[in-house]
Design a protein around this ligand. Sequence first.
Ligand SMILES: Cc1ncc(COP(=O)(O)O)c(C=O)c1O
Length: 456
Amino acid sequence: MSKKISDDLNTFNQLAKYLIDSSKKMGVSKYIEAEKVLTNFNIELNENEISDKKLVEYLKKIISYTPKTSTNLFFNQLFGGIDSKAMLGDLLAVILNNSMSTYKIAGPMILIEKEIIKNVCKIINYPSNSGGTIPTGGSMSNFMSMVLARDKKIKSIKHKGISDKLICYTSDNSHYSISKNASFTGIGKDNVRYINTNHFGEMITKDLEIAIKKDIKNGHVPFLINATMGTTVMGAIDPLNDISSICQKYSLWMHVDGAYGGATIFSKKYNNLNKGIEKSDSFCFNAHKTLGAPLSSSIFVVREKNHLHYSFQNEAEYLYQTDSDEYNLGKSSFECGRRNNSLKFWTLWKSIGTEGLSYKIDHNYYLANIAYDYVKNNTNYTLFSKKNSLSICFNYKDYDPIQICTNLYKNNILMVGYGECNGNVFIRMVCVNRENDKEDILNFFKYLENFADNKN
Ligand SMILES: Cc1ncc(COP(=O)(O)O)c(C=O)c1O
């Protein structure tokens, strides 16, 4: 390794220390208007080189104003905190810099990815001919499921393109990637049916079946139901067993988008939330959301791996020169140069075992249920969430949730977002930072109430 790399690794250590120390002092981050960043932070790119000293100086300033998603004040989006072993794996992946397309250029990393897939399939009771891949994120996992479902329904589409009106079903609380993916796969955004949800954001399967029957009557071709395990806003879980019965009845592909809540498969205590997942055709979860792997870490598994190979394999003589398809993972994935997103999840899983993953998930639910109880037992709050949801949705007194969230952010008190479900707008507190404890959850409410009552 060159001296330059080892010098820059030393610089990295210095910057990492600076980041950790400043996180303790600075909250999530001081607010600065986006328009001022370019000039205030020397971000503009110039013709001439700068010294290493100047570069470090600029980086420090940029770091200090970049939101610290690992602090105990970040409850905004569906990730938070970082697991140090996963971080270690990811840093190594950067230095090793392999592409996961062939065994020849990734070596043992291929076996690491396969081991993760094998174990996830086993945990959800998929059969021995199951398989999977590690795509760039949940949106891509959902995209791949739509391609598989499409190609299974009409095999010739892969070569001839779409001529039938294929229809996909998903809840009106599902992730927006479903709509985008319908456009990318040639299905068309207008051919996504958004099924009503109940008060908690769970799909109403009676309405689902009515919609399918109507489409069949009109000569359309239903092909996919996307069930969500942990909706983006409410953290709701669609009724997986009922959806699987409907899939079987109408020969539809069942994908479970567990990007947010799917890692619950590792929990022994909350296993009942996963019932029905074993009957799905494909499933994904994001280890970067609830398990602390750095972004991104999405695991996508398929009940029958042949489908993955059929849809995603393409010959390329310049690439596949040694070893069998079993080890040349480019034949069952989307990208050619695919980043190694396996190592970080492996270092995490290997170091703490499946027991440790179970504990992490249980701790998330423990924290979420503390927040749930706090809101439920306090008459100043209106609660919208169900028990055992990782998102606690509520309003405080009659304060405007949008205004409170924005002001908390701009005043660097804490970071939390708002959401909407069935016409109600509320504060959405996301409890996925396993480094937090009971006190951090109670502090959240203390800071929120203090700010709302005195300064908002
Ligand atoms: C339910 C659900 N599905 C999919 C995604 C997309 O995942 P990613 O951000 O990794 O693309 C999200 C992200 O929040 C999500 O909540």
